[in-house]
Design a protein around this ligand. Sequence first.
Ligand code: ZN
Length: 424
Amino acid sequence: MNNNNPENLVFFIDGQELTSFSNDCQRQEHVGIAYEWEGENVVHLRFEPLPHSFGITHKVLFTKKPDNATDAPIIVRVADNGQATVLYRKTELSYEPNIIPAKSDLYSRNKGILELNILEQKRVLIIGLGSFGSQIGIELAKAGVGTFSLMDFDRVELHNLARHTATVNDLGRLKTDVIEQAIKGKNPYATVHKYPVNINDDVELLIREVAKADIVICATDNNRSRFNINRCVVSTRTPCIYGRAITRAEGGDVFIYRPGGACYCCLLGNNWFNAAMEEITNEQSARNDGRIAAYTSAEDADAMVQVGLSADIEPMCNMMVKLALTELSRGAQSGITSLEKEYVYPYYMWANRRERNYANWGSFDNEDQMPTIMRWYGVDVPRDEHCAQCGEKVTLDHGESFINAFGQQAAQVNVNTTIDLDNL
Ligand SMILES: [Zn+2]
């Protein structure tokens, strides 16, 4: 218990902010803000305020002058060589601060495994910031991806908390804001574009954002949005990763569209995908897209919302992140280059438990080459030349005509697939 020992106080200063102040001949002083986690002996000194920070705040004066009269409880003296010393009035002691490293050093531990310069140049569009999208966004930020577009119109609700990265303190906030903050908490240099909109209502925006992205993460929970996204990624030839959990997350699957390969719609046509097994995590959304029929009572609908454990969706999130990093790093020599040879399939299946859909799978220790739980299985999905969305026998339109044509194309999907979309 060192709480009362002022010598154990630890100060942090952002290295990039300090360097730019130090190099700016025009500026002699700057009033910043200090965040103190009282009782924890930790104080962060910032030139600019942090969004939504907790802790006690103080005024902090960054100054290059040797002496000055100020009422600031914390003074940071910056010497000509950029070195900083903290004077904390509460203790009347001087401290040497810790410097938060600049951009190039922040992810140095990833060097050798990931090609950081390449990832920094990449732009990832994440559609749906639920339990999948929130985790994937943060993982990609940790890996050093430079630019994010986040799309989700939803706000954080109590029932989200068990699986979402958001905390109780985020209740009621837009998920786009919560995830932006989490991404910037991991990588303050990331650029984040936020779109708190329903993509089904703004297909034009969706097309624009898909066209700008190097890869799209489709983490929505309904097929209508997946079809809209599929249309856009196929027409703009943008790689896209789709992931989902099956009822109570007893298993799940991940699909990657690579330009020229099978698309999400081909997957449906090839009968691998069973939408009826899909996990229902949100009653309203499931009612909107018909997975819960309109006449279902509130009580019955409630019973249909069956959400699995957070730990059981992790395998799918993890697979989506690694597929994304492999695609984004394609062609560059890095520690994950060998994965290009492993991730040759477009479709991957995973089971967490030998229940219901996986009841017939072999036990984990079986020696009969049967599929078992807790192992990934890759499946080759051939491209369907009659596919309504990517088939060579279908002409794709762009721009306005594409948007107008969408309703009609969706109807064609019904004809070309073996699953009746009306009953999803
Ligand atoms: Zn297709």
